[in-house]
Design a binder for this molecule. Sequence first.
Ligand SMILES: O=C(CO)COP(=O)(O)O
Length: 159
Amino acid sequence: MKHQKAIALVAHDNRKRDMIEWVSWNHAILAEHRLICTGTTGRLVEEALARNAAEALGTAPVPPIQKLKSGPLGGDQQLGALIAEGKIDMMIFLWDPMEPQPHDVDVKALLRIAVLYNLPMACTRSTADFLISSPLMKKAYAPALTDYSGYIKRKVDGD
Ligand SMILES: O=C(CO)COP(=O)(O)O
């Protein structure tokens, strides 16, 4: 991943306030990167950053924001596919530990694929603070990937 990072932002409904506060607080740093969000999170993030930018009289630019579908409508899966394609550099995913989601399987799949690809990922605001303030944010960085070639070449019934 290069200096400018593709940062995925996702928050469940009970965590959206946290996400909005976090992006507002980190507006200046986020402005140096690209944001990819699930639908509703993206709309709220965009509105919050636009509000901030207006208050700062245009001195804080709003970073480019790509909005995927809403999470339960396929957005989590779209994001998972982008991770598998190597198009996401890090993810802040504030998921709700107190309420089951209609798309629990998609949430689990997104978390799994992020771990599979050794993606820098924060699921709490405090970890997000550590990630965003890491010196690695300003550098190129290549997460070590597990070699799955043995798995890909394995013999299966029918080979
Ligand atoms: O459901 C989500 C993540 O699992 C988030 O989706 P929204 O950002 O569209 O609310």
